[in-house]
Design a protein around this ligand. Structure first.
Ligand code: HEM
Length: 435
């Protein structure tokens, strides 16, 4: 009789360990495929595109389908895969009585990865694009729906454990998840329409830019703000965020996205700038920390690089406003987008990712903190070169900038390779943290 509770306890323990292991393998698969998309279809194609543009001295001769394939691979292939992987991993932390959705998780990973790969192949090669593009949209949407359903079902079983008022970070992450679903539906509808009525595997320019804004400002930026609100007070010792202010910042950014769809670009630029400044204020990013940062297993410049990403967010918004007034050849728009996607988003993923991913993927220790530093430094140097040179070259302010522009891509490429190397070595060879 006395051994029964013990056996019961052991059984519960081994179920918990098995669930933890499944979630670690799944998050590792999402991170690995995400990094593959980042490296080859994303960054190599981006570098290739930039070299082509620099040789032709214009953006207009480059295939729009190639530009869009690059953007899709980076935004959905890389960052999207990271979001899904971390989302699935977090299900084991929700104190739900449901077991980890192993089958839904792996099916979602398979469909998502195939969908992203087909989208890229259809866009870049043009082979059977009328079939591949809508098929990719359907696969991505189905994969996301599986993820969405798993997250919705995994709420704490005991109503007493459900918070009466959701914390701000949860509201932001949930809103970004709904926006992700909307982006997937719009993407699928647009690709189906393109396959039926279009004459090339590229979406019309204006609509494509709106879709990019929906994905970046609607999904990626609020996801970052949400997780920053949760983690920065712990990891970087920042003051606790001002919830209401952060929600107002989010509201302004949603209004900005709607303004872009209504083609009110000057209004959108102002809304994004105010949203960014308010979020910085609410998250206390540029204020002195109130507690020492937790720097074990990361480089000591961790808080500095967090702060720097927000400089890029503001630079991006200011350039956005300048682009509305002065852009003629896509150079100021491009610089604004690059400051946001590389300076803010990739910069944040590099710095936070090297802090959290080793633990999520099996309680490991980051392979090299020195490599972490160099990947971050080179990313920001490359981004600074690109953001400065792109308007000068594209807008014909300084012809010599065309010659320098490709170097920015090589510096960023090196940064990306160092980041990938550090994560891969961490997964393959680095030690584990004591439990
Ligand atoms: C080595 C790094 C990168 C290089 C060389 C690069 C290069 C380019 C180039 C040449 C363009 C065409 C527009 C322009 O001339 O500005 C572009 C567009 C774009 N890039 Fe990148 N990029 C890089 C990294 C990234 C990253 C990390 C992301 C996202 C996280 C990203 C997202 C995008 C998006 C969304 C577009 C717009 C695509 C469209 O118009 O549909 N890029 N990039």
């Amino acid at each position: 009789m006395s051994s029964a509770p013990h056996t019961e306890e052991q059984r519960a323990n081994s179920t918990r360990i098995a669930m933890e292991q499944h979630s670690q393998w799944l998050v590792t698969a999402f991170i690995a495929s995400g990094m593959l998309f980042m490296l080859l279809p994303g960054t190599f194609l981006g570098v290739w595109n930039l070299i082509g543009i620099s040789q032709q001295h214009t953006l207009s001769t480059l295939s729009p389908a190639w530009l869009q394939a690059h953007g899709q691979a980076q935004v959905f292939g890389w960052i999207g895969s990271f979001i899904l992987g971390i989302g699935f991993y977090s299900l084991t932390k929700m104190q739900s009585t449901l077991t980890f959705p192993v089958r839904a998780g792996w099916t979602s990973w398979g469909l998502w990865t195939l969908g992203i790969a087909l989208r890229w192949i259809g866009g870049v090669t043009g082979w059977q694009w009328r079939i591949l593009l809508p098929l990719s949209g359907a696969l991505e949407l189905t994969a996301f729906l599986l993820f969405f359903r798993s997250v919705r079902r995994h709420r704490p079983a005991d109503p007493a454990q459900r918070p009466l008022r959701r914390e701000t970070w949860m509201v932001l992450v949930m809103a970004a998840t709904v926006a992700f679903l909307v982006a997937m539906i719009v993407n699928f509808a647009a690709l189906t329409h393109l396959a039926l009525y279009g004459d090339s595997p590229a979406l019309p320019h204006v609509f494509d830019q709106q879709l990019v804004v929906l994905a970046v400002w609607g999904v990626l930026v609020p996801t970052i703000w949400g997780f920053n609100a949760r983690w920065l007070p712990v990891f970087a010792g920042f003051k606790k965020p001002q919830g209401v202010r952060l929600l107002v910042a989010y509201g302004l950014s949603v209004a900005g996205v709607l303004a872009v769809f209504a083609e009110w670009l000057p209004i959108a630029a102002v809304l994004f700038l105010f949203a960014a400044l308010l979020a910085i204020d609410a998250l206390h990013v540029w204020e002195p920390a109130v507690q020492p940062a937790k720097l074990l297993h990361v480089h000591k410049t961790f808080p500095l690089f967090i702060r720097l990403t927000y400089v890029w967010l503001v630079v991006s918004c200011v350039l956005d406003a300048l682009a509305v007034l002065y852009d003629h050849a896509g150079g100021i728009w491009g610089a604004s987008r690059h400051a946001l996607t590389v300076g803010f988003i990739a910069g944040m993923v590099f710095v936070i990712g090297q802090r959290i991913l080793p633990a999520f993927c099996g309680m490991r220790i980051l392979w090299s903190t020195r490599l972490m530093f160099w990947s971050l430094l080179l990313l920001h140097v490359g981004c600074a070169l690109r953001v400065t040179l792109e308007p000068l070259a594209y807008e014909s302010y300084w012809k010599f900038a065309w010659k320098l522009l490709p170097y920015s891509a090589f510096v960023e490429l090196t940064a990306v390779v160092l980041f990938a190397l550090n994560i891969v070595e961490t997964l393959l060879h680095a030690g584990r943290q004591p439990l």
